[in-house]
Ligand binder design. Structure first.
Ligand code: ADP
Ligand code: MG
Length: 553
């Protein structure tokens, strides 16, 4: 078999960001696991003995022929690219042909490999220049095992500079988790000192895998989207998005906003900013969203040679991608007909119900409801003058009237901020110079009106209906930016809990609320609704126990 690993021509080497990438246990793990993924592995086992500075990575990937195996660790040798043009069509994680070579200079390296479909495996031990020193037959399953030992033995300062073992293992864990989110269809098993330490099982989507990484999450706390995008120069690009629903989960640090491009987690301040902005005023104070974004785009839009570790890239047309991401998050957070019905259609119990109750009193919807434009949430009652009971095809929701209305008003205010004149000025007292400044900053005209009194001649349009305009203005004067003021006005103007509402009023509110961008939470981050899905209700009432007419089914 002809060798496919070749040494890169010098002109290609010049175009590649040079620099040492092997600087820790975690970086060894990253390089080797990436090689396994490039080889198409679906099962990767990493074994670490940190005290011995030893790492093994075994995979069930393509394996290497003997020729390749002997060539694999020489400088700048790779099977993944050949020419300068190839740098614009990188579809693999590796391409510099340097990791194995570096390892031979920083550690002892041996590799066992057997190509898929071949009945012979080989073991090669490399010298410190990457030359194949010893070659012998090895009895192994198809795939590759890379064995790195005595890492950094020849550079004690490097070892000394590294953090504690516990921290290094944390870094290894983070590397594996990031890789797993980008490549969820693979099973990862990490052993430490001959004990199983971390396993991430394969999943179909990153959203299904995420609860293995953040165990407090459930799949229902997340919303996942996969969108095909049609960009003229990016045929077949895709956007994968997993968001934590803001009423279900958030973090106290901004540590779970993650961006990946073409299989690799990267730092992209621009896209991260877009994500944070999309969650603005949906979360409680000082809380941060959970969001994983993965863009799969034409390789010629990306330059991976910004730094040797490939964590920073040059991405073309960032604004275009920012827009797509903002729209996708908007779509993920909305309450759409499709979102509501999703659970109903996957619920076996609901189907069962539908069949047995055909013509009965339950409003479980019919196939026609796919096409009609009737609002999918139907107001049926008010409880304690506070909660709206809303019925829909997949169950029922309790919606808190005040905060649902607050969300509606807040978005109206943001979309349409208007300051309007009032016929009789509103007289306010107790204003300090800072308060006056604040009112001016949000666009109000304030004039002195005598001793410690001021006249306000124009106000935000929404406050016109407000009973107690003076205290509303005082509240606005007490600080914050325009958005804080908008939140305050929305809160003040929204219908109070304790107010009776008629069915049409409730229906109107439900309709308006369903059309907001961020229906899950109010602008302070409080959840707006509690869902009682039909499947959960059926489970609670043990409806699957007895199926018979006598039990009301
Ligand atoms: P790069 O990944 O940039 O090509 P490496 O030094 O990491 O460079 O690997 C050199 C070559 O060795 C790869 O191009 C690949 O052909 C081969 N290789 C490395 N690891 C594996 C593996 N686990 N399975 C199959 N081939 C491998
Ligand atoms: Mg590599």
């Amino acid at each position: 078999m002809a060798s496919t690993i070749k040494t890169l021509p010098t002109e290609v080497v010049y175009l590649i960001a040079a620099g040492e990438v092997i600087d820790s246990l975690a970086s060894v793990v990253r390089e080797l696991v990436e090689n396994s993924l490039d080889a198409g592995a679906t099962r990767i086992v990493v074994s670490l003995w940190p005290q011995l500075w030893r790492v093994n990575v075994a995979d069930n990937g393509s394996g290497m022929s003997l020729d390749d195996l002997q060539q694999a660790a020489t400088a700048h040798s790779t099977s993944k690219i050949n020419s300068c043009e190839d740098l614009e069509r990188i579809t693999s994680l590796g391409f510099r042909g340097e990791a194995l070579h570096s390892l031979t200079t920083l550690a002892e390296l041996e590799i066992l490999s057997r190509p898929q479909g071949s009945n012979l495996g080989w073991r090669v031990v490399y010298s410190d220049r990457g030359k194949a020193d010893q070659t012998e037959l090895a009895a192994i399953a198809p795939g590759t095992v890379v064995i790195v030992s005595n890492l950094f033995a020849n550079c004690p300062s490097r070892r000394k500079g590294l953090p504690t073992q516990v921290q290094q293992m944390k870094a290894v864990q983070a590397v594996i988790q990031q890789i797993a989110l980008c490549h969820p269809h693979v099973t990862y098993q990490i052993w430490q000192n001959d004990r199983e330490w971390l396993t991430i099982s394969a999943a179909v989507t990153p959203g299904q895998l995420l609860p293995q990484i953040l165990p407090q999450l459930r799949v229902g706390d997340l919303k996942e989207l996969r969108l095909k995008l049609s960009h003229p120069r990016n045929i077949d690009s895709e956007l994968l998005l997993v968001v934590g629903l803001p009423d279900r989960c958030h973090r106290h640090r901004p540590d779970w906003v993650k961006v990946a491009i073409n299989g690799r987690m990267i730092k992209s301040p621009e896209l991260e900013q877009t994500i944070f902005a999309a969650f603005h005023k949906t979360l409680p104070r000082d809380r941060y969203p959970i969001c994983f974004l993965h863009l799969l785009i034409s390789p010629n839009q990306i330059n991976w040679n910004r730094n040797p570790t490939k964590t920073e890239i040059y991405l073309q047309e960032v604004t275009y991608w920012q827009e797509q991401v903002a729209q996708a998050i908007d779509q993920a957070l909305r309450i759409s007909e499709a979102n509501i019905k999703e659970s109903a259609h996957t619920s076996r119990i609901t189907k069962l119900f539908k069949a047995s109750e055909a013509g009965g009193g339950y409003n479980l919807g019919t196939e026609n409801s796919h096409t009609n434009t009737q609002p999918s949430l139907k107001a049926v009652a008010q409880v304690n003058n506070t909660y709206i009971v809303a019925e829909h095809v997949g169950g029922m929701w309790l919606v808190e009237q005040h905060i649902a209305h607050e969300r509606v008003l807040y978005e109206q205010l943001c979309d349409n901020w208007q300051i309007v004149p009032v016929e009789t000025p509103i007289i306010v007292s107790k204003l300090l110079p800072a308060h006056l400044l604040q009112l001016e900053r949000i666009g109000l005209e304030v004039e002195p009106f005598g001793e410690q009194l001021w006249a306000v001649r124009n106000i935000p349009a929404m406050l016109k209906q407000c009973q107690d305009c003076e205290s509303a203005i005082l509240e606005l004067s007490r600080g914050g930016d325009l958005q804080t003021a908008q939140v305050a006005i929305a809160c003040r103007s929204a219908i109070r809990n304790g107010t009776p509402m008629t069915i049409p009023e409730m229906q109107k509110l439900l309709n308006d609320w369903q059309n907001t961008h961020n229906p899950h939470t109010c602008p302070h981050g409080r959840p707006i609704y509690l869902s009682l899905d039909e499947s959960a209700l059926a489970r609670f009432f043990r409806r699957s126990w007895v199926i018979g007419k006598s039990h009301g089914i």
